[in-house]
Design a protein around this ligand. Structure first.
Ligand code: CUA
Length: 181
């Protein structure tokens, strides 16, 4: 059996360096492509909130929940996830417009996804979860809790009502609700 020369070993190792570098490069490019082109990335909004008082003061008080068009035209929906319901149960948003969803929870870890879209985030006590998206299809989309949060987990879901832009009619205070149609 011919012993491999040192040179042959080196050549073989260098070949593998090239192969492995190529594989890593392809994976990194795929990650960048998914993140930059398809906006598939982990939500990275690090914004803290006190879960014990979020219903008493600030933006997650009951009167401030749901969809609202801010003075600068930005459309934001705020939702509180609790055991075992979303408040509000339905949010209305216009299609083909950039919208922001903001979530907080006073109790345990929940999670949401909006069926048929790439909206998907955990809702962790102590943090505000924020997602920017553009809904392209009209209709009622199911938004279930997708993180086991207790016995009522399977009953925990909400609706995202996406309406054509010309049917999205916020009131004089900038608010839009599912009932007011
Ligand atoms: Cu909330 Cu599962």
């Amino acid at each position: 059996m011919a012993a491999q020369t040192e040179e042959a070993v080196l050549r073989s190792e260098l070949r593998w360096v090239v192969v492995v570098s190529g594989v890593i490069t392809v994976i990194m490019l795929a990650v960048l492509y998914a993140g930059l082109v398809h906006h598939i990335n982990p939500p990275s909004n690090i914004e803290t909130i006190d879960p014990k008082t979020l219903h008493l003061t600030g933006e997650f008080t009951e009167g401030n929940l749901g969809t609202r068009v801010e003075a600068n035209g930005q459309i934001t929906s705020r939702v509180v996830a609790t055991q075992f319901a979303f408040q509000p149960q339905c949010i209305v948003l216009p299609a083909n417009k950039r919208v922001t969803l903001r979530f907080a929870t006073p109790d345990v870890i929940h999670g949401i996804l909006v069926a048929g879209t790439n909206v998907n985030t955990m809702i962790v006590p102590g943090y505000v979860s924020q997602v920017h998206t553009v809904f392209t299809k009209n209709g009622d989309l199911l938004m279930p809790c997708h993180e086991y949060c207790g016995l009522g987990h399977s009953q925990m879901w909400a609706t995202v009502r996406v309406v054509p832009e010309d049917q999205f009619k916020p009131g004089p205070d900038g608010r839009a609700t599912c009932d007011a149609r």
